[in-house]
Design a protein around this ligand. Structure first.
Ligand SMILES: Cc1cc2nc3c(=O)[nH]c(=O)nc-3n(C[C@H](O)[C@H](O)[C@H](O)COP(=O)(O)OP(=O)(O)OC[C@H]3O[C@@H](n4cnc5c(N)ncnc54)[C@H](O)[C@@H]3O)c2cc1C
Length: 379
């Protein structure tokens, strides 16, 4: 199973890019443009920061020049993503567009859709949300009830989605819906994807507040929302294949092991000051180095001959467990009374509030362990 877990060396060009991104982030931090936060790729919504990244060509990097991008490699994109997530920079506004929509549009989108959307993603102006989960369909995604029915010139949609991150601030979302009745023995058939403008008539976006009182999630209702034929995404009936084909990229990226790096850095800084001494800190950095290499090799394989779902699942299970361990260690060591006290307390509290989501979003660890077990031939 682990045939793709091979060492990928970082060449001089990638190292230079990494240094450039670090210098940029340091300048931004020093100018007060952001304060490092754990989980910033989900909760750090700042379109002005996204625009500044875009001006450097660091959003939609893999978009070919004819659609407004620079045609960079996926590994170059990973270097930028590792740095911005580790720095706790506010990258949530463009996150879904950059990670998910770019590769999906390049693979399944029509020429019309690519020209409509890709230039706006590369310039940091178009933000997307994901409309998959429903109140009774999370892990069992194939059971979605939202329906799209054929009408003249397009489709009309009824139903609802839940846990839709950032829908209240995004321009579009990509929706998985039933376009043919559910047949029990062929549950993955009859599903299709649509690109839906979030300001379409008939859409009602209602906030679902997180436990710290912030508005990040939404429930989105469709009351006969018209979707023109041009916004059907990929092929009608191929929704399941399309959704699952991108999961490897979604599950093996740096955001699955670096979300709590600001907490670890704060702990390390307090530790250097001699106020706490926790033997796990070095081990956590060692686990991050290992996950960095695993993530890089799985992504390189996804681009070439492909990596299995299980390999990406291993990165996500190990990575998100590590993210949680870091926060729990920070909470357990207590807060020393030196100058770093408030920062460590702040990032730890933010981490504790967001920690439950790390092992749920993008497929729960229980589900992913099932994927790994099946690949190992276990039942
Ligand atoms: C921070 C965050 C952001 C999110 N953003 C989005 C978004 O933007 N768009 C979107 O569509 N969704 C989003 N989600 C939703 C997410 O995809 C779902 O929460 C996830 O798929 C789990 O579904 P569920 O919540 O319905 O839980 P359920 O599927 O009901 O699972 C409940 C529990 O049962 C376990 N379980 C379920 N089935 C099995 C099984 N077969 N074997 C073993 N255990 C099982 C699960 O592991 C879990 O512990 C987000 C979630 C979080 C936490």
């Amino acid at each position: 199973m682990a045939q793709h877990m091979r060492h990928v060396a970082e060449d001089a060009q990638l190292t230079a890019l990494r240094s450039e991104v670090r210098r940029f982030l340091q300048r931004e931090r020093e100018s007060g443009s952001f304060v490092p936060e754990p989980n910033s790729w989900i909760t750090g919504w700042d379109p002005t920061f996204s625009k500044r990244l875009a001006q450097r060509g660091w959003i939609g990097m893999t978009i070919p020049p004819e659609y407004g991008g620079s045609g960079a490699t996926l590994v170059e994109r990973l270097v930028v993503v590792e740095e911005v997530v580790a720095a706790g920079a506010p990258v949530a506004a463009h996150w879904v567009s950059d990670r998910q929509i770019v590769p999906s549009l390049l693979k399944y989108g029509t020429e019309f859709q690519r020209r409509l959307i890709l230039p706006g993603i590369a310039s940091g102006d178009i933000y997307f949300a994901i409309g998959m989960s429903e109140p009774d369909s999370g892990s069992d995604l194939a059971s979605v009830h939202t329906k799209a029915e054929r009408v003249e010139g397009g489709w009309t949609m009824r139903g609802s989605k839940i846990w839709t991150s950032g829908a209240h601030e995004s321009h579009y979302f990509i929706v998985l819906a039933r376009t043919a009745p559910l047949v029990t023995d062929h549950r993955h058939e009859g599903l299709s994807q649509f690109v839906v403008a979030l300001d379409s008539p008939g859409i009602d976006i209602r906030p679902v507040l997180s436990m710290d009182g912030t508005h990040h999630f939404n429930e989105v209702f469709f009351d006969d929302v018209f979707i023109p034929d041009e916004m059907v995404f990929g092929e009608i009936g191929d929704g399941w294949i399309q959704v699952t084909s991108e999961l490897g990229f979604e599950r093996s990226g740096p955001e699955r092991f670096l979300s709590t790096m600001p907490v670890l850095e704060e702990m390390a800084s307090v530790s250097r000051a001699g106020t706490i001494d926790h033997p796990s800190l070095g081990l956590y950095f060692a686990r991050i180095v290992t996950l960095h290499q695993m993530s890089l090799s799985v992504n390189a394989a996804l681009l070439g001959n492909g990596a299995s779902d299980a390999e990406a699942a291993i990165v996500k299970v190990l990575g998100t467990s590590l993210e949680g361990d870091i926060v729990e260690t920070a909470a357990s060591v207590g807060y020393p009374t030196d100058a770093n006290d408030d920062r460590l307390r702040l990032v730890t509290e933010r981490g504790l509030f967001t920690r439950p989501g790390y092992t749920i979003r993008g497929g729960t660890n229980e589900i992913l362990r099932g994927v790994i077990a099946r690949a190992l031939g276990l039942r």
